[in-house]
Design a protein around this ligand. Sequence first.
Ligand code: SF4
Ligand code: SF4
Length: 267
Amino acid sequence: MGAINEIAARLLETGEAKVVIGYGEGSFGSVRPAFARNQEEAEKLIYDKRCTQNLAMYVYKKEISPLRKLAIVANVSTLRGIIRLASENQIKNGDIITLYINELGEVIECKALSEIEICLAEITPEIKPEDKELIDKLDAMTPQERWNFWISEMESCIKCYACRQACPLCYCTQCAVEVNQPQWIPVAANTSGNLEWHITRAMHLSGRCVECGQCGEACPVNIPIHLLPIKLAEEIKNIYGTVSGMKIQESNTLSTFKPDDKENFIG
Ligand code: SF4
Ligand code: SF4
C-alpha cells in the first residue's frame, strides 16, 4: 500500500475524515474520481501522472458537503481551487484535510488552509505549453480573426454544460443559463446563444479562474473553452499582479478596489 492509501485509511479509521476524495482506476486506462469511505476503498486509491482532474469541484456538492470533515487528494490545481473556494467562503478552515502530492511524490497533509498557502508559496503557476502556444497564436490575430476563430469554435457547442460541471468555481445552485423568467440566455444551441453563454461564463470566472483547464478537458466537442478564462487570468495578473487561488486574502481582485485605482478605462 502506498503512502496515500495508508494516510487515507488512517484518516477514515480515526474518524478524522468521513470520506477521502481521490482518484481510482477507470475503464480503458483512464482514471476517475473515487470516494473512499472505508479501509477497503482507501486501498484502491491511486495517484499518478494521469490524475490531473481538479477534485475541488466535489467539495461543495450536495452529496459530499454533509460528509465534512473530508479529506481530498490534491494536485496543484486542486490546492488552488480549495484556496479560491475558501476566499469565497465556500470552505471554512478545518473543513478539509488536504493530501497534497508534490513533484517528488511526497504526500503533504495540510489540516489548515494556511498550510495549503505555504505549499502554494513554493509553486509558480504555469499553464500548459500547448495552451500557451494557442493563446499566443490568438494574441497575434487581428480582432476580426479572433472573433472568427471563436465564432467558428462556438458553433459546435451543444450546450451540454460539461464545462460548467467540471469547474470548481461554477458552484451556483441555479446557473444563469437555467433562469427562464426572464430568459437571460437562449436554451437552444445556436450561434448567438452559444456566444452569450460563453461570454457570460468567462466574465463570471474572470479573476476567479484557477487555470486548471478542466472546462476545456470536459468538452465533448473539443472546444478549447478554457482559454477564455485563462486568458482573462493572464490579463488580471498583468494588470493587477494578482493570481487567483494562491492566497485567501489576495484572491478577490475584481470585487475589491482602492481609492487610488486607475480610472483611465472610463470614458
Ligand atoms: S480553467 Fe476552466 S474549469 Fe478551471 S477554474 Fe478556470 S474556468 Fe474553471
Ligand atoms: S462542454 Fe463544450 S459543448 Fe458542452 S457547453 Fe461547454 S463548450 Fe459547449
